[in-house]
Design a protein around this ligand. Structure first.
Ligand SMILES: Cc1cc2nc3c(=O)[nH]c(=O)nc-3n(C[C@H](O)[C@H](O)[C@H](O)COP(=O)(O)OP(=O)(O)OC[C@H]3O[C@@H](n4cnc5c(N)ncnc54)[C@H](O)[C@@H]3O)c2cc1C
Length: 408
């Protein structure tokens, strides 16, 4: 195997690893990105495209716990805890319970709020740095309900929620008419401002590839492992002074190799895609809150995404979830026809629903950025900037102490 030499090796070529690598290259460091995948099957390339600056409140909360029974897949909901994978999710659930006290929830909201406040400005900088400013659309998103009563309750809940830099208002008549042109049963909707979407994930992949090449970041197509060499971490075959683990769900075994036991779980989600058909090209993402799905118009398709399935990243997908998504499409009367493209991917999630960003306490040449749960697309650019600042010896713009992995 040829030995690759570099100052910094970033492990993981999802959107978080790419953002980290690009931010580091801008500081003048020599960087390589290590990732064996060529088919963009990771979560970064199948998510809902929503820049979710409104989601300050970590899902580890008393309210989420109370809602578990009615959210279960067996009762028609979006949350699945497969019995056969209890060994994976039971320890996670125990930690989630401990992280869901009102005090920890409030601290988590403050910490996540600090990151999310910087998310949109960092996205503007990244979109411009990869020469694709039009990929970032700042037109908000919609949340919809099928009945006036559900809408009243839903709106009240959102108004009682800390949405940070995002704001919410009742959708106007023109917006409602557009929404009803794709989903006739919508009774009421709200429109968020200050949120956004990425217009095309495939083009994000291409534009970031080109930007990495232009910045001199070589991509090494290998599955990395970490070994300890005289108190420092090393990647066999890659001579790097410093290493960043940004490998999504694959970060768990890597961190274990460095001596960190990380309670990261695969929170798997599913999507189906269809030709764009009659879906308006400029309609921002639409959430059907009672069905826990989000519909996103991408450049050449419409995607319907949902489900939270806790378990092992490598277990087979559950086709019932795709079938249920197709049923939602039919029941809502969306103008989408099959055959649908089917996809499943893993959100990398920690039990307190905060990411892990920082420097290892077990090897001082090791840094990490993973665990971005439902917000990895939203938080990737700001994460990249924070890691680059940390590694350059500057004070990061956001206090990183709540994200230290030693909290577990
Ligand atoms: C259905 C769904 C909808 C979502 N919607 C949104 C949304 O609207 N907005 C939002 O902000 N977020 C959303 N998310 C979450 C978001 O997609 C993830 O948080 C994010 O993609 C995580 O990015 P990542 O780079 O950390 O990991 P990934 O995208 O999983 O990438 C990790 C990469 O690391 C590589 N890797 C792993 N192990 C190794 C190794 N040992 N050596 C080398 N490489 C390795 C993998 O090949 C992979 O390419 C959604 C997720 C899902 C599943």
């Amino acid at each position: 195997m040829t030995i690759v030499r570099t100052q910094i090796a970033v492990i993981g070529g999802g959107i978080v690893g790419r953002s980290v690598a690009l931010a580091l290259a801008r500081t003048g460091a020599g960087v390589v990105l290590v990732d064996p995948a060529a088919d963009l099957a990771a979560a970064s390339w199948g998510n809902a495209g929503h820049i979710a600056t409104e989601q300050l409140e970590p899902l580890a909360s008393p309210a989420s716990l109370r809602s578990v029974p009615r959210r279960l897949f067996v009762f028609g909901g979006a949350l699945d805890l497969p019995i056969g994978q209890a060994a994976a999710w039971l320890p996670f659930a125990a930690r989630l319970l401990r992280a869901s006290t009102p005090a920890r929830h409030a601290a988590g909201t403050a910490a996540l709020g600090g990151l999310l406040a910087e998310a949109m400005p960092a996205w503007r900088r990244l979109a411009s740095a990869i020469d694709a400013p039009d990929l970032l659309r700042e037109a908000g998103h919609f949340v919809t309900w099928p009945t006036a009563a559900a809408a009243e309750k839903g709106l009240a809940a959102w108004q009682a929620t800390d949405t940070g830099t995002a704001s919410v208002a009742a959708a106007g008549a023109a917006d409602l008419a557009t929404l009803r042109s794709v989903a006739p049963g919508i009774a009421a909707a709200i429109r968020f401002a200050g949120t956004g979407q990425i217009a095309d994930l495939a083009r994000l992949g291409d534009a970031s590839d080109a930007a990495l090449a232009a910045a001199g970041v070589a991509v090494v197509a290998r599955q990395a492992t970490l070994v300890r060499e005289s108190g420092r971490m090393a990647i066999p075959g890659i001579a790097a002074d410093r290493i960043v683990v940004a490998a999504g769900i694959g970060s768990r075994p890597l961190m274990a190799q460095a001596g960190h036991r990380v309670p990261l779980i695969a929170e798997r989600g599913y999507h189906i895609r269809a030709a764009a058909g009659g879906w308006p090209a400029d309609l921002p993402p639409v959430v059907f809150e009672d069905r826990s799905i989000i519909v996103t118009r991408y450049a050449d398709c419409v995607q319907v995404a949902g489900f939270v399935e806790l378990g092992r990243a490598d277990s087979a997908p559950d086709p019932r979830k795709w079938a249920r998504l197709e049923r939602h499409v039919g029941e809502l009367g969306l103008p989408l026809t099959g055959p649908f493209q089917r996809w499943m991917g893993a959100r990398p999630t920690l039990p307190d629903y905060l990411p892990a960003i920082g420097r290892s306490t077990r090897a001082d040449n090791l840094f990490y950025a993973f665990g971005h749960q439902h917000l990895g697309l939203t938080l990737a650019p700001v994460t990249g900037e924070l890691v680059a600042a940390l590694m350059a010896g500057a004070t990061p713009a956001v206090d990183l102490s709540p994200f230290a992995i030693d909290r577990f």
